[in-house]
Design a protein. Structure first.
Length: 292
């Protein structure tokens, strides 16, 4: 319903056509709920992509950039406060370097720039990455909303000429992504892993400053520390923390052995619903096809 309300606000002619001939909607998903893996975003992106296909909406006007922006606003309208990364990745697919400068305040459509979405899978088609789903459910939106509120308060202090460790840390987080792009394109996995580890330490500290006593989360940090102990090149938080999932950079061609070790360790922590997934790069993003 939130997606339809957003469509009505920005593209009333499209919403009118949907209202005249309402669709029947069925869905299924293999993404665990509240796992830090963009589960709700994927469903919302699929729904809007399906509407675009089913009703023949003009893809020049309702292009993938606009679709990602509508997904963002639909989730915000439903009370889910998160960033733009999941939305663009689910809609566009592939491996990408994303830049969201100018989008800090989440303004209405056309009052802020579109994201820069630079596809890198033409250069890198293999990542020795594992996704460890802890089986601990939590709401990404609630965690993000709390962190964002703390960050925005600190940012106002900086603009008054005061110092803020939280803002300084998040600026360093941004630099790890910029440097990580070099390492990724060169497939320098040791450097990429080092930057992942630095990124996580910075985020963990930032979350503590924002009021999260366990930083990224007890189980998240435990799995990350164990992964590094058994020889992973890097490990970091996925999503909001406090449960959900972590990302592990394994030694190339050793993903299976690492997956078995990590799965066993999570079971030893009584994380009975935990799972380990091997990463596959989906180049297509959100696709919709007419029913046969």
């Amino acid at each position: 319903m939130s997606a339809l309300r957003v469509l009505e606000r920005y593209y009333p002619e499209c919403a009118e056509r949907v209202a005249e001939d309402p669709p029947d909607v069925e869905y299924s998903t293999e993404i665990p709920p509240e796992s830090g893996l963009a589960g709700s975003t994927a469903l919302t992106a699929a729904f809007l992509a399906a509407l675009r296909c089913a009703y023949g909406f003009d893809r020049r006007k309702l292009n993938d950039y606009i679709l990602a922006e509508l997904v963002q606003r639909a989730e915000e309208g439903a009370g889910v406060m998160c960033g733009y990364a999941d939305r663009y990745a689910c809609v566009m697919g592939g491996l990408a370097y994303m830049d969201f400068r100018g989008k800090l305040y989440h303004k209405p459509l056309r009052m802020e720039p579109l994201a820069t979405y630079e596809r890198l899978d033409a250069y890198v088609d293999y990542l020795p990455v594992l996704i460890c789903y802890l089986g601990v459910r939590r709401s990404s939106g609630e965690v993000h909303a709390r962190f964002r509120s703390a960050y925005m308060r600190e940012l106002e202090r900086v603009r008054r000429g005061e110092r803020s460790e939280l803002v300084a840390l998040m600026r360093r987080v941004g630099l790890t992504a910029m440097k990580g792009k070099y390492a990724l394109l060169e497939q320098d996995w040791e450097e990429f892993g080092r930057l992942m580890n630095l990124n996580h330490r910075l985020v963990d500290r930032a979350m503590r400053l924002a009021g999260f006593e366990e930083g990224a989360g007890y189980y998240n940090n435990a799995v990350i520390e164990y992964a590094l102990r058994i020889g992973a090149l890097g490990a970091k938080l996925s999503g909001a923390g406090g449960g959900g999932s972590v990302i592990v950079l394994a030694e190339p061609e050793r993903e299976k052995a690492f997956a078995e070790e990590l799965a066993g360790y999570m079971r030893s922590l009584s994380l009975i619903n935990s799972r380990v997934y091997a990463l596959e790069i989906s180049k297509a993003g959100a696709e919709a096809r007419p029913l046969e």
